[in-house]
Design a protein around this ligand. Structure first.
Ligand code: CO
Length: 131
């Protein structure tokens, strides 16, 4: 009988503690107004400086062939073809890229930068760099 009473007493104390700790503080800690969702990037906005934008070389073409980025953006080309390709700009470019190999170049000034594949001059593309 004494043990049974102790259990009941213990149960009551725990119940009271849970009620005291649980009810009011949890309700109070809930913000009255839901936090707004993280803002999404406006359509058409270019990636921020320092970002890396990828161009794939596949099917004997650069994709995307026309790319616009902000100054400071690094463009990374990756050859997905079995055939070797290069990225050949005016005063900048890559060595031969075999399948799976990449070349990265950071555009530090605004302008339109045409390039082609040194192996297949019909493979042409541009990177337009904006402030
Ligand atoms: Co090529």
């Amino acid at each position: 009988m004494k043990i049974k009473l102790s259990f009941i007493t213990l149960f009551s104390v725990i119940t009271l503690l849970l009620a005291a700790c649980g009810a009011a503080p949890v309700a109070a800690s809930q913000p009255a107004v839901q936090q707004p969702a993280a803002p999404t990037q406006p359509a058409g906005q270019q990636p921020a400086s320092g970002n890396i934008v990828e161009v794939k070389i596949a099917g004997f073409a650069f994709s995307p062939a026309e790319l616009t980025v902000k100054v400071g953006t690094t463009v990374k080309w990756t050859n997905e073809d079995s055939a070797p390709h290069t990225v050949a700009g005016s005063g900048w470019g890559s060595d031969t890229l075999n399948k799976g190999q990449s070349f990265s170049y950071t555009f530090t000034s605004a302008g339109t930068f045409a390039y082609q594949c040194g192996v297949h001059p019909n493979m042409k593309a541009t990177v337009t760099v904006t402030q």
